[in-house]
Design a protein around this ligand. Structure first.
Ligand SMILES: [Zn+2]
Length: 293
């Protein structure tokens, strides 16, 4: 499932094709995504311009000249493909990769930039929704989300306050979208490993009794930001090199330090431990029992 860095990479990949461009024609091949597409979806988009392409947690938010916002979520298997005049005429794998998957191209945007943007989603857990800009703050899908992990609002003081007195595991606390928005299983495992903190540790142990941050909270916030920034940077290089898996925006390979590396050597310099997999709240956690305490 795409996590925050993938979604941010998708946003950056879509920006040149969509930002500042008008929807000339919108094709809907299948309207039953996770939820049905909004009423008159194509009609409400056609003729409007994208005035900005942002992101909140794992939602892409396209501001429209009509006063609405197009919210897009990749779900489990969604990806976007961008075809522009240059790439279409370029030789190679783009064309081929695309034709393989057209059965799952559910929505197609023809933009005034000359680009065609397709949304492909074999499992159809992705979604698109139109919301009035003025009502975005009240939007149930976004309401109650914690701060963006890469924003200034997310710091050690804030995280310690949120974890104060919490008996849940540190991992569960970081997956709680009300505490911090957009972190998923992969980057929580990776961030805890970088911070050398055990995923099983109680969340309350990163705060003093009064809820002030201790040194662990500082380390953890730094690690979360670093792991996300590195992944976004990797995504950026895969955008440039067209190395995204399946030729689409939304999925790419990373060099994880612990995630999906059960039984392999820990990558913390000088550790020599072995990555272990445990199950917490029904989901796999990968960590190194030797250096994560
Ligand atoms: Zn280790």
């Amino acid at each position: 499932m795409p996590e925050l860095p993938e979604v941010e990479t998708v946003r950056r990949g879509l920006e040149p094709a969509m930002d500042g461009a008008r929807f000339i024609k919108v094709e809907v091949h299948r309207g039953d995504l996770r939820w049905p597409l909004p009423k008159d979806f194509a009609k409400r988009l056609e003729g409007t311009a994208v005035t900005g392409l942002g992101r909140r947690a794992k939602y892409l938010l396209a501001d429209l000249s009509s006063g609405e916002v197009l919210m897009m979520h990749l779900g489990m298997s969604g990806s976007f493909h961008v075809f522009d005049e240059k790439k279409r005429s370029a030789p190679g794998r783009y064309y081929h990769e695309r034709s393989k998957h057209t059965a799952h191209d559910h929505v197609v945007f023809h933009m005034s930039s000359g680009a065609t943007v397709t949304f492909n989603d074999p499992r159809r857990f992705g979604s698109m929704k139109l919301v009035a800009r003025a009502k975005l703050d009240a939007e149930p899908l976004l309401k109650g989300l914690g701060p963006e992990p890469l924003g200034n609002e997310f710091d050690a003081a804030m995280l310690a306050r949120a974890c104060k007195g919490k008996n849940t595991s540190l991992k569960a606390a970081l997956l709680d979208q009300r505490i911090v928005a957009g972190l998923g299983n992969i980057y929580v495992c990776e961030a805890l490993h970088r911070a050398l903190l055990s995923p099983k540790r109680k969340a309350s142990t990163i705060a003093t009794r009064t809820g002030a941050p201790n040194e662990r909270a500082e380390r953890l916030v730094e690690s979360i930001k670093a792991v996300l920034k590195d992944a976004i940077k990797d995504g950026g290089s895969s955008l440039r090199d067209h190395k995204l898996t399946d030729g689409g925006l939304g999925m790419f390979q990373h060099n994880f330090r612990v995630y999906d590396r059960e039984g392999e050597r820990c990558r913390t310099p000088g550790c020599g431990g072995t990555v272990k997999r445990i199950v917490q709240n029904g989901r796999s956690t990968f960590y190194c029992p030797s250096c994560q305490r």
